[in-house]
Ligand binder design. Structure first.
Ligand SMILES: Cc1cc2nc3c(=O)[nH]c(=O)nc-3n(C[C@H](O)[C@H](O)[C@H](O)COP(=O)(O)OP(=O)(O)OC[C@H]3O[C@@H](n4cnc5c(N)ncnc54)[C@H](O)[C@@H]3O)c2cc1C
Length: 405
């Protein structure tokens, strides 16, 4: 991923040594599945394909986990970016509720991986809070609560009278075990370690320069001129997908994140839940296992190649001030890391998973929207089954051409 997609000193890649380096490709190879992109999405795909004993090769043009994966806040929540009622323009409430339940299913999958392979990435289940500080939006919030409750989700409604947080909250949906958090860099490396043991081949510092469609599959050419042949190629290239397709995939913004120095208490941050407000654009907050506070948001439109340091500085200052206002009882909230990057969202808040309508050997797994990592899990599960002939009906939700006129 070019520097114009990620800027600043990312917390997750900076606080750990690189667990493993992978070679670059120096030969021509053949396989069944070529995965382009060595972020968390590509690694999830690698895991599911290798688990199913399907030969696969993953190619990353830079270093593993140094794209968007290095800066994702990694709030893993079943809820989508917008409320269920707002999404009714694009899908009925039942579909949104189904998407929420798919999010829970993806969370359980990560949990199962951690239980089986060990918790090397600080995975933790979390309650989540979606809230408003505006009295005029309490009804909206209550409606979201009611929809989720009726849909079988374990939620409470918070108001000024039962607000356990130190910040101003007029209405909020509190979801029990509605999410989780992890370290995305360590998770990505753990997935690849396990996947390589299962037979996945991984090459980093190897850019895919050309993609050719063949009668029986696909061929990619790397920057050093080597050829990989496969039956399918899957784009796990995140927001850096324009060189492979002319499709208009989502609206890009720049989103800003800060991480504080470790704090000595979390007073006022009830249960260290994952928090999101309903501003437009919204803010999001989490804690880390080494006692930091993370804050994100303040999104602005994205322009390729333009990084405005002055604007970034202003955004980081706003995020830090917001943390201090929300948590006045937490002593010494000091900035430690500040970074930002491209983010893409879709009208219905769902990513793209499935085959290209024109080129059947081109598949997508793009976790656009705030639930990118959970969508990638669903993509890994569904695409590995699809390759074996099992078509999940949930692929309909993520169809690449669902917005075509
Ligand atoms: C600040 C921020 C906060 C976010 N917060 C959340 C969150 O809380 N929860 C969540 O689920 N999501 C969040 N997201 C979205 C999140 O980034 C994604 O869900 C996830 O990290 C995307 O991973 P990825 O593997 O798809 O993309 P990337 O990590 O960007 O990986 C794509 C890879 O493809 C490689 N690539 C591209 N072109 C080529 C090529 N030609 N050849 C070889 N390799 C290539 C790139 O180098 C890159 O490493 C956030 C995003 C940002 C920017």
């Amino acid at each position: 991923m070019g520097l114009h997609y990620v800027q600043g000193q990312a917390l997750f890649t900076h606080t750990h040594p690189i667990p493993r380096q992978y070679p670059y490709l120096t030969e021509n190879l053949e396989t069944d599945i070529i995965i382009i992109g060595g972020g968390v999405t590509g690694s999830i795909l690698g895991y599911y394909f290798s688990k199913a004993n399907i030969p696969a090769i993953l190619i990353e043009k830079h270093r593993i986990g140094h794209g968007s994966t290095s800066i994702t806040t990694s709030l893993l929540q079943y809820e989508l970016d917008s409320n269920a009622r707002e999404l009714e323009k694009y899908m009925p409430l039942e579909k949104t509720l189904h998407a929420y339940h798919l999010g829970l299913k993806a969370l359980s999958e990560i949990d199962a991986f951690i239980k089986e392979k060990g918790n090397t990435c600080h995975f933790e289940w979390k309650d989540t809070l979606l809230y408003t500080a505006k009295q005029t939006e309490v009804c909206e919030m209550e409606e979201e609560y009611t929809i989720r409750k009726k849909g079988g989700l374990e939620v409470d409604f918070l108001t000024t009278t039962n607000n356990p947080f130190s910040f101003d909250l007029k209405g909020g949906v509190y979801a029990h075990k509605g999410g989780a958090q992890l370290d995305p860099f360590l998770y990505t490396h753990h997935l690849l370690k396990v996947s390589c043991e299962q037979g996945l081949k991984v090459y980093e510092n190897t850019q895919v320069r050309e993609l050719h469609y063949l009668p029986d599959g696909v061929e990619v050419i790397t920057s050093y001129g080597y050829t990989l042949k496969g039956k399918k190629v899957i784009l796990a290239t995140g927001y850096d997908t324009d060189s492979f397709t002319t499709r208009n995939l989502g609206v890009k913004t720049v989103t800003y994140n800060i991480a504080t120095q470790p704090v000595s208490s979390f007073e006022g941050w009830h249960n260290k839940v994952l928090i999101r407000d309903n501003n437009d654009p919204y803010h999001y907050f989490r804690t880390t296992s080494d006692h930091r506070l993370l804050a994100g948001g303040e999104d602005i439109p994205f322009h390729t190649g333009i990084f405005d340091e002055k604007t970034a500085h202003e955004k980081y200052t706003i995020l830090l001030a917001q943390l201090k206002t929300m948590f006045p009882h937490i002593p010494h909230i000091e900035l430690d890391y500040a970074y930002c990057g491209a983010f893409a969202s879709t009208p219905d808040n769902l990513g793209f998973i499935g085959e290209d309508p024109k080129h059947k050997s081109l598949w997508y797994c793009l976790g656009y929207g705030a639930n990118g990592i959970l969508f990638a899990i669903l993509g890994g599960m569904m695409l590995s089954k699809l390759y074996q002939g099992e078509v999940s009906k949930d692929l309909e939700l993520f169809k690449v051409n669902r917005f075509d006129g």
